[in-house]
Design a protein around this ligand. Sequence first.
Ligand code: PEP
Length: 250
Amino acid sequence: MRKALVAGNWKMNGSMASNRELLSALKEAIPGSDAVDVAVCPPAVYLPDVRAQLQGGSIAVGGQDCSDETSGAYTGEIAAGMLKEIGCEYVIVGHSERRARQREDSDWVARKFIAAQAAGLVPILCVGEQLADREAGQTEAVVAEQLDAVLDQAGVAAFERGVVAYEPVWAIGTGLTATPEQAAEVHRFIRDRVAARDSSVAGGLRILYGGSVKADNAAGLFALPDIDGGLIGGASLDAGSFVAIVNAAG
Ligand code: PEP
């Protein structure tokens, strides 16, 4: 039985004041649960304060990205070990916004995944196709390339301590959501692809859905057998919406 995970990706949003307001609402409304793990991923500069606000509670903290290197002359980058040191449990790697804006390719993302695990973090590997890929019938080919890069470099056993998030790029921040059938099909494809290497690892792997998940569509998505929670962007900035999504998963 896989425990669901709902992670909020705050992206480049928030301030000390608005974060504290949001977190105090979340802390009150989200008690620990055996059914769902919850995490928030704020901008890196806020991580220590967010961690302090959540101290002693059930909500974990994650980074939005990490370097593939451990230390050195990499201006602006943050090592996975630094995230771990300040109390992070998770880190997102390969988000489509970084694949697009920072031109992160799948090999690079795989190295970040490995660096995150080496530091003791649970990487949340984002995969997903662009609209043009879907229209060209290339969804599975694109997702396979992104997944295989990590399977090949890290080995399938690495997925025992990793999470995959399927995020169709055309559904991120657009208000468009994959239909439950579209999402289910790709989630099954991901699990089968991991199972081809190791069925027991595949059976335990948490595969999240992300892309315009809201309070009113979360339950339908999370009810599907291969969807183990969500990576939530916009709706994670609103306490009421995020709590409703967490409740839909648990
Ligand atoms: C995301 O960026 O990970 C995401 C899923 O965003 P949104 O929920 O806003 O579509």
